[in-house]
Design a protein around this ligand. Structure first.
Ligand SMILES: *Cc1c(COP(=O)(O)O)cnc(C)c1O
Length: 425
């Protein structure tokens, strides 16, 4: 299987119907599953047999789609979650607890920043943020004895910085902890972080994977490469008996390939819920079947729009790692030679007012908080997601008042450029 190309995996991985079975992944719209004897069911509860008993923990539709994404990322196991937020929380909380510490890139999605900086702190989990351009010495200095995970985003939303995955992975491994990478923007079609040393990969499947703005969801993929037993003192949850499961030691029973996802299913899904609905998993799979066809078009449109914006005098600055002038161009070439994504951000010289009037005049691009679906959309953080901040605070946060984030969809690039030219002029 692993020799197959990414396109074949997008279409076929994760589900092979038997003779006379449905060609498409069936939606198993059932909360519960029937057994002939209590002994049969008892084996499931003891994790002695694999099977389904209640959709809050596992559902066959979800598992087929998760297996497809695991194959696409080159991982050994995966689970779907109700959202990208749930995926990142579960990925971290599966190996962190009160008293733990995380090293995270400062250039990450606002929701994830808040999760780590505010909500997980309330749980007693501390964080040190590092610049995505931090030197190896600066990275090393961020680690503590209680550090349990390192976190970053391949292409950060919305800053569009590119993570030096290999360097971050090496730093994490020097300190005996796994690197977790949120790979939402490039998707495994354009970048597979596990090939560069990442241990766990997460996604908001809400974005390009679904790709049609239809279903909120997330996924966690385990590379199966991190040796939990070699760092047993740091990860007792994986390497010592789980009394809530009759003393199972996840890393012993399920190996490096399966321990992380089994523990996240058995403990976090059981106790916190956050499962993706099988209906949404079905929609997600429809998106995955064309992901390898759609991503190159998003990249083509993003690059064309970025290049056009560069020629306009109303525009102070364009951020797009596919532009030769972008500070992240070299890293983008290394990790994403076929391009990253369709999201471009740019600063209008006229600030907030210019951004507002520009966006009002757009006809194809809609104003939305969403990114990464088939229809082009845009957002001015200063007047929407960050509207409580003053111009000074915005500048401090690296978000100029005139910044517009544009997610280039799948339309004809000539039409997108004409729409932008009309709105600028
Ligand atoms: C949107 C997004 C998230 C959060 O995902 P939801 O599905 O909205 O919960 C996390 N990370 C990145 C990079 C995102 O773009």
């Amino acid at each position: 299987m692993s020799q197959q190309g990414i396109g074949t995996k997008c279409v076929q991985a994760g589900y092979t119907p038997g003779n006379g079975e449905p060609r498409q992944i069936p939606i198993i719209q059932s909360t519960t599953f029937k057994y002939d004897t209590s002994e049969d069911m008892g084996k499931l509860f003891d994790l002695e047999a694999s099977g389904y008993f209640y959709t809050r923990l596992q559902n066959p539709t979800n598992d087929h789609v998760a297996a497809k994404i695991a194959a696409m990322e080159g991982g050994t196991a995966a689970m779907l979650t109700s959202s990208g937020q749930a995926a990142n929380f579960f990925a971290l909380f599966n190996i962190c607890e009160a008293g733990s510490h995380i090293v995270a890139s400062s250039s990450i999605y606002g929701g994830t920043f808040n999760l780590i900086e505010v909500t997980m702190k309330k749980m007693g989990i501390d964080v040190t943020f590092v610049s995505p351009t931090a030197s190896d010495e600066e990275l090393d200095a961020a680690f503590q004895d209680n550090t349990r995970a390192m976190f970053g985003e391949t292409i950060a939303n919305p800053a569009l910085t590119v993570l030096d995955i290999e360097r971050f992975a090496n730093a994490a491994h020097r300190h005996g902890v796994p690197l977790i990478v949120d790979n939402t923007f490039p998707t495994p079609v354009n970048c597979r972080p596990i090939e560069w040393g990442a241990d766990i990969v997460t996604h908001s499947t809400t974005k390009y994977m679904d790709g049609h703005g239809a279903a909120v969801g997330g996924v966690i993929v385990d590379s199966g490469k991190f040796d939990w037993m070699a760092h047993a003192d740091k990860y007792p949850g994986l390497t010592t008996p789980d009394e809530s499961y009759h003393g199972i030691v996840y890393a012993e029973k399920f190996g490096n390939e399966g321990a992380f996802i089994t523990k996240a299913t058995a403990q976090l899904m059981r106790d916190l819920g956050c499962i993706q609905s099988p209906q949404n998993a079905f929609l997600l799979n429809l998106g995955l079947e064309s992901l390898h066809v759609r991503m190159p078009r998003h990249v083509e449109n993003g690059l064309a729009v970025a290049r056009f914006l560069q020629t306009r005098e109303e525009v102070a600055k364009v951020n797009y790692p596919g532009l030769e002038t972008d500070p992240y161009y070299e890293l983008a070439q290394k990790y994403m030679p076929n391009g990253g994504c369709g999201v471009v951000s740019f600063e209008l010289k006229g600030g907030r007012e210019a951004a507002e009037s520009f966006m009002k005049k757009l006809k194809l691009a809609a104003i939305e908080t969403h990114v990464a679906d088939a229809r082009t959309c845009c957002l001015n953080p200063a007047t929407s997601t960050h509207r409580q901040m003053t111009d000074e605070q915005l500048l401090e946060a690296g978000i100029p008042a005139g910044l517009v984030r544009m997610s280039c969809g799948l339309e004809d690039k000539e039409d997108l450029i004409a729409d932008i030219a009309n709105a600028l002029g």
